[in-house]
Design a protein around this ligand. Structure first.
Ligand code: GRF
Length: 195
């Protein structure tokens, strides 16, 4: 099977992107990252990518706090296609993807979410879990559709919530699971698609 070219979209620190890179370097994931895109010029994910010599660029969403404007999505599609991307991986990307990006990559956009969906969609799912007082949460990898964290689920893993957990301690435990689950699910999904 040929190596899959990934495009990563992220707004934050990029630890999941790093985990994907580590899995590639370790020979556990037959892929390469063609481009990393962020809606935040200062996001650490861009710096991490550039340090590894990966093309890393900003998507201009200025003037829009939460929205992912159509023109910005069109620019994203152009950049992803130009980099030869076959599978798009959202990794801490904080804007809702809609058309035209969904139409350009049908069934080719994945996301990682820090809860056992459908529980706790949306922002800071680890904080939602602690505030709800649940005894377990987890991690979900799913396909992206036009809803918020609603696409078909590809894989999940449970994470225990301890009585003395704070949002921060739970998030840290969830992230160690994310870093294992996401690269594994990307590899499995790419194989299913015969990419
Ligand atoms: C992760 O917890 C992910 O599940 C959520 O945002 C966070 C991104 O972290 N959607 P990072 O930028 O990969 O470190």
């Amino acid at each position: 099977m040929a190596m899959t070219t990934l495009g990563i979209l992220g707004s934050g620190s990029g630890s999941n992107m790093q985990a994907i890179l580590d899995a590639i370097d370790a020979g556990d994931l037959d892929a390469r990252i063609g481009i990393v895109l962020s809606d935040h010029p200062d996001a650490y994910i861009l710096e991490r990518a550039r340090r590894k010599g990966i093309r890393a660029e900003v998507i201009d969403c200025s003037g829009h706090r939460m929205k992912f404007p159509d023109v910005a999505q069109e620019e994203t599609v152009r950049k992803l296609r130009d980099a030869g991307v076959e599978l798009v991986c959202l990794a801490g990307f904080m804007r809702l993807v809609k058309r035209p990006l969904l139409d350009a990559f049908p069934s080719r956009i994945l996301n990682i979410h820090p809860s056992l969906l459908p529980a706790f969609p949306g922002l800071e799912a680890w904080r939602q879990a602690v505030e709800a007082g649940v005894s377990e949460s987890g991690v979900t990898v799913h396909m992206v559709d036009a809803g918020m964290d609603t696409g078909p689920i590809l894989g999940q893993e449970r994470v225990v919530v301890f009585p003395d957990d704070t949002p921060e301690t739970l998030h840290a435990r969830i992230q160690t699971v994310e870093h294992r689950l996401y690269p594994a699910m990307i590899g499995k999904y790419a194989a299913q698609l015969k990419l």
